[in-house]
Design a protein around this ligand. Structure first.
Ligand code: NAD
Length: 352
């Protein structure tokens, strides 16, 4: 049995997370996977019911789950006095060290490139993002009005574990290739340590091909010819930029799912924000949240291991592909005539 938390988040989170749960529940029913679902307040609802956007009750409950779905957090809507820092502390607190982000094109969805199928792993607990690398305070400071100093943290442990996760994922894929992206010739110590750990881990996976590309050249190759890449592993800030670039190549934010993984738990989280401009109108595209949920089942299926969870993930992927091929139930941003709930319902129907 799995225990999975449901954190709707704000704005369109209240629409797309329930669709993801519907699809996951239906897939789990079909494969005999037993899931104990645990709804937990966060964001504006958390503030209204518990006086805080990240209630302590939610944090305590998250310690007891296998994983959770987290909708986008609509910081803009919070009272100014409220501490709105949610995602970086949660990742840090639960050591969700890698953000796994697939970038996949579909033949009938408008995109800059076709035949793209890349999985990015972005390290998210260290690196250069001040909010992600510190549990209190920030990684930036300004000693006087003319100087600002920012730091970058790279550790052997952090680099080794994200590299290992990349090789484990590559092993489950057809092409079995990992590309490490860094800039070692310039950042000799920081990128150097990251690259050394990637090379060390590569020797333990002789069945997976390994290469390294410098980040500036990689950014160009990704735009011009992304097709050869399979699994790409990189540090926090490089990954922040490259994963959005990747999403842009295959159709944008609505098609960008993600899973933050740790040693024992994972958090399914789409890349997009809470889209207040379309919230409450049943217009939001639920693809990214549904596919993030599918990734959670797949990861738990491999990790525990649980064949019924792996099968549920496979069912969801196939159903999504069918609905995309048929096109009619897709939301308008994908060129369809459907809305959030019709797209979710079509995916549930396509599970059979
Ligand atoms: P956004 O991603 O919410 O929206 C950008 C544009 O994309 C908007 O036009 C929106 O309508 C559209 N869009 C986004 N998701 C969509 C979907 N699923 N279907 C259809 N269209 C979609 O970014 P923003 O407007 O910069 O931010 C809005 C709020 O979200 C802010 O409060 C921001 O802080 C927050 N945010 C949260 C997260 C998170 O919690 N992970 C991430 C990014 C932004």
């Amino acid at each position: 049995m799995l225990k999975i938390g449901i954190l709707n988040g704000d704005d369109i989170g209240l629409e797309v997370v329930p669709e993801a749960v519907k699809v996951m529940r239906a897939a789990a029913d079909r494969t005999g996977l037993v899931v104990d679902w645990l709804p937990l307040p966060i964001g504006r609802r958390g503030h209204e019911t518990h006086g805080h956007t990240m209630p302590q009750e939610t944090v305590d409950a998250l310690k007891t789950v296998d994983g959770w779905l987290q909708g986008p957090i609509g910081h803009n809507a919070y009272p100014r006095s409220d501490p709105t820092w949610i995602n970086p502390p949660l990742r840090k607190m639960f050591e969700l060290f890698a953000n796994v982000k697939p970038v996949k094109s579909y033949p009938n969805i408008a995109s800059i490139h076709k035949n793209v199928d890349i999985v990015f792993l972005r390290e998210v607990t260290e690196g250069m993002q001040s909010g992600s690398v510190t549990i209190a305070g920030t990684g930036e400071f300004r000693p006087n009005d003319d100087i600002t100093i920012g730091h970058r943290v790279i550790t052997r442990r952090g680099s080794n574990r994200v590299a290992r996760a990349a090789f484990e994922i590559a092993r489950t894929r057809a092409r079995k290739r990992v590309t490490a992206v860094h800039k070692e010739p310039v950042f000799r110590l920081a990128c150097g340590m990251f690259a050394e750990e990637c090379r060390k881990v590569a020797t333990e996976y002789p069945d997976v091909a390994f290469d390294e590309v410098l980040v500036d050249g990689f950014a160009m190759k990704l735009v011009m010819a992304p097709q050869p890449y399979d699994v790409v592993v990189t540090t926090n800030q490089f990954g922040d930029i490259l994963t959005d670039e990747g999403a842009g190549l295959v159709g944008g934010l609505g098609l960008a799912p993600g899973l933050c993984i740790g040693e024992r738990q994972a958090m399914a989280q789409a890349t997009h924000g809470s889209a207040p401009d379309i919230a409450g109108r049943n217009l939001a595209n639920p693809y990214a949240m549904i596919m993030s949920g599918k990734m959670l089942l797949e990861w738990l299926g491999h990790q525990r291991p649980l064949p019924a969870a792996l099968e549920a993930a496979r069912l969801i992927e196939r159903a999504v592909e069918r609905v995309i091929a048929d096109q009619r139930a897709l939301t308008r941003d994908l060129g369809g005539e459907g809305d959030t709930t019709t797209m979710g319902a079509a995916i549930v129907a396509a599970l059979d």
